[in-house]
Design a binder for this molecule. Sequence first.
Ligand code: ARG
Length: 462
Amino acid sequence: MSNKMWGGRFSSAPDAIMEEINASIGFDYRFASQDIKGSLAHVSMLAQTGIVTPETAKSIAQGLSQILAEIEAGSFTFSRALEDIHMNVESRLAEIVGPEAGRLHTARSRNDQVALDFRLWIRDTIDQLDRQILDLQHAFAEKALAHAATIMPGFTHLQSAQPVTLGHHLLAYVEMLGRDRSRFQDARRRLNECPLGSAALAGTSFPIDRHMTAKALGFDRPTANSLDSVSDRDFVLETLSAAAITAVHLSRFAEEIVLWVTPQFGFAKLSDRFTTGSSIMPQKRNPDAAELVRGKSGRIIGSLTGLLIVMKGLPLAYSKDMQEDKEGTFDALQSLSLCLAAINGMVLDIQPDLKRLKASAGSGYATATDLADWLVKALKLPFRRAHHVTGELVGLAAQRGIGLEKLSLEEMQKVEPGITKDVFSVLGVDKSVRSRTSYGGTAPANVKSQAKAWLKKLDRLK
Ligand code: ARG
C-alpha cells in the first residue's frame, strides 16, 4: 500500500530500508503536544478567516484534543509507516473526524509545521533550562557566602599563584552561569517568530492571517520570509551553542571537583551520595558524577558541530537532511539538564577541608606577590626591581626548604638592606587575601557583599 497521506501518485509501498531511513517518529514523537497546539491555532485561524466552516473547525479541534489525551494516556499507537509525528496525528484525526479532517492541512505544509513544532519545543526547553541554571547559580552563591573568608590557593598554570577565597572561586561560576542564562534568553528572543503559514516554501494563496496564529501561539510576530522560515535552523544552532558553552563551564567545575577530591589535593570531600567505589581497590572513592559531567560536554559540543555540518551545504529551502536536526538536539539538551542537576547536587554535597585549603594556600611561595608589593609601597622600589628582589628571596627560601616568612630579617636584608621587620605583616595568607579589596578582588569583604547581591538578585528572579 502506498502512503495514505501523500501516496496519490505512488502505486507501491516504500522499500523497508526506505521506510527505516525516512521515518522520524522514533524521535519526533516528542513534538506531540507542540504539534497539536500548532494545529489548534491553525484551524481556529482557518475558521476565523472563513477558509473552513466553524463546524469543521470545531470537530477538528475536538479530535485534536482527544488525540492529545490519548498520547498523554499512552494509548496512542505511533506508526512508522506514517513517518513522523505530523502524519501520525493527522491520520488519527481522519479516523476520529472523517474526511473533513483533511481540511486541517489547508494552507500549510509539514515544512512550516516542523519548523513551528521545533521552535515551540526549543522555547519550552530553554525555559526549563533557565530555571535549572538559576537554581544552580543560587546553590553556588549560597556556598560562596558561607565560604567568603575560606582561604584556598589560587592557581595559574595549575601552579600555586596567590591565595584566594573559596567564595570568590565559587562566585566565578555564578558569573559564568549568568552569562549562560543571558545567551539562552537571547536565543529565545530571536527564535520567537512564528513560521506557520509559510507553507511548503512560497507562502499560500489562501487568505490566512499569520499575525493571528503568531499571537495565539505566544510569538512576537510571524517570520517575514517564507523561504527563510522553512529552511532556517539558526534557532537550534544558537540554542546548542549556548548549551555547549554552558556544558564547558560545568565541565571545568567538574574537573576541579575531580582534582580537589583526590588524596593528593585533599581540598574537599564528596559524600557517598556522589561517589562510587572500585570493585577491586577498596580504598577508592571515585567522583564518577563529576567525570560524567566532564564527559558529557563532549556529546553536547558534538551535537552543535554535527548540526552545523548538516546545514552548511543545504540550498534553500527545505531538504530532508534537516530531519537530522533533532536527535542530537534532544540528546544535547537532555544531557545538559542532567549535568546541571548533577552539578547542583555536588555543589550542595561537597565539603571543603578548610585546614588543608589554608595550608596549601601558603605553600609554593603564594605570598611572593605581596612581598613584592610591600617593597614597592614601603621602600618605594620600582615594581620590576621589587620583583627581582622577591625572586632572590624566594630562591633563598627554596634552597633552604622553608617558607618566606621563616627567613630571618638579617637574611632578607642581605638581599635588600632597606627591608624592616614590618615585612612579616604581609607574608601571611590571611593578610594577603584581606588586602585584595580592588573591585572584583578576592577579599572576604568583597566576596560577602557580592554573594549577598547575587542572592538578592536570584531570589527576585525565582
Ligand atoms: N519529519 C520531517 C522533518 O523532521 C518533517 C518535514 C517533512 N517535509 C517534507 N517535505 N518531507 O524534517
